[in-house]
Ligand binder design. Structure first.
Ligand SMILES: *Cc1c(COP(=O)(O)O)cnc(C)c1O
Length: 380
């Protein structure tokens, strides 16, 4: 009895999750003008009218979740996110179907991953189903920002930061979870634009025992300057290795369709060994291709030498990166130790599988194919 009573008092004082039913919605009085849907939309620049936020602190737990007009954050300059990288993020999109319905694509996986990233930074946990309902409401409030033109979408960026106002390197005593969104255009407005990869074994993005499998801001900043350098050499992305094994390309997962040594046609991608970000797109590609059952689908470690040898022997059929922004991105060539290895592209600007995966996943996202991965935003 007594402990039950105490628990109740405690839980009233300390909230272990915010609740979507407590959501306070403050609508803007000055809606922005919608940008023109053309190819010059800059990624993440055209933010919508509202944002979601909720604060947490050690004493009280989670505060009241809110949807408010889009506005700057006011933070203490001593907030731990500015000093020790207590920041993690997610990226997903909302799509408008031909019948005017708004859909999200597997949002539960993004929320699960956000909780995992937050745990790695000692940021507070919450009930994922509650955040999903809050995001649903945010997208519904801003649904005119989900363009009804295939290829266009609303990009949604859930973010968590430590706001702890002291300069000690400790577990954040306060935090903020917020979600912003922006209208985005098609990644490939004029058809595929294949990328050239630069592979340099002296540069490392992630390592065993590290946090490469978490979407935390600290994983991305350090790659920016080097990527800008290789851009000048005509390469768009880095092909990251761990101990000679291929891991990821830029901020995408890596896939290769090849004839393996046994002569079998095989789609291969590195396994989730802690150095690989577990992409929602990666998971979707694996599940779809396993369902098709037309070739072998394998998650296993493979080295850059296996790749370059296969390229020399003409066994590579196609290769591509995978992620929410582009879905799939064809790879045209890979530079390693002074040699450019050409990757075939049956369709000129991509391989057959790359194109088929793009079309198939797009038709699920835009509701042309009914699929359990689609999450309906509309309340009626
Ligand atoms: C986000 C991300 C991916 C792709 O994940 P998706 O869920 O498919 O968008 C792959 N690799 C890295 C390093 C990433 O940050």
């Amino acid at each position: 009895m007594w402990s039950n009573c105490l628990l109740k008092t405690l839980s009233r004082r300390h909230s272990t999750s915010f609740r979507a039913s407590d959501l306070a919605v403050h609508l803007t009085h000055t809606p922005k003008t919608m940008p023109h849907l053309d190819q010059s939309l800059i990624f993440g620049k055209n933010t919508t009218d509202h944002l979601f936020w909720v604060d947490w602190d050690f004493e009280k737990g989670w505060h009241t979740p809110q949807i408010v007009p889009f506005q700057p954050l006011v933070l203490d300059p001593c907030s731990s996110c500015f000093h020790y990288g207590t920041e993690c993020l997610e990226g997903l999109k909302a799509y408008k179907t031909a019948t005017g319905k708004t859909l999200l694509f597997r949002p539960d996986l993004n929320i699960q991953r956000l909780r995992k990233s937050a745990r790695a930074l000692a940021l507070p946990d919450f009930d994922g189903a509650e955040l999903l309902q809050c995001i649903r409401k945010l997208v519904d409030v801003d649904k005119k920002w989900v363009p009804d033109k295939k290829g266009y979408s609303m990009y949604i960026r859930p973010t968590m930061i430590g706001t702890h106002q002291q300069l000690g390197v400790t577990k954040p005593g306060s935090a903020k979870l917020f979600v912003v969104s922006a209208l985005v255009g098609p990644y490939f407005p004029t058809g595929f634009n294949p990328v050239n990869l630069y592979c340099d074994e002296t540069r490392i993005r992630a390592w065993p025992g590290g946090v490469g499998d978490k979407k935390i801001g600290g994983n991305y900043g350090p790659g920016i300057a080097y990527t800008a350098e290789i851009n000048k050499l005509g390469y768009q992305q880095l092909l990251w290795l761990v101990k000679g094994n291929v891991t990821e390309v830029g901020t995408m997962n890596f896939f290769m369709l090849w004839k393996n040594k046994e002569g079998e046609t095989e789609l291969i991608t590195p396994p989730l060994d802690g150095t690989i970000l577990e992409g929602v797109t990666r998971d979707s590609i694996l599940e779809l291709t396993r369902e098709w059952n037309e070739f072998k689908v394998t998650e296993r470690a493979f080295s850059i030498h296996e790749l370059t040898q296969a390229a020399e022997e003409g066994r590579i059929i196609e290769a591509f990166g995978a992620g929410t922004a582009c879905i799939v991105c064809p790879v045209q060539k890979i530079f390693f130790k002074g040699v450019d290895y050409e990757i075939p592209m049956k369709l000129g600007k991509s391989g057959l599988l790359t194109k088929r995966l793009l079309d198939h996943i797009l038709s699920i996202q835009y509701g042309e194919i009914e699929h359990p991965w689609s999450y309906k935003v509309d309340y009626n």
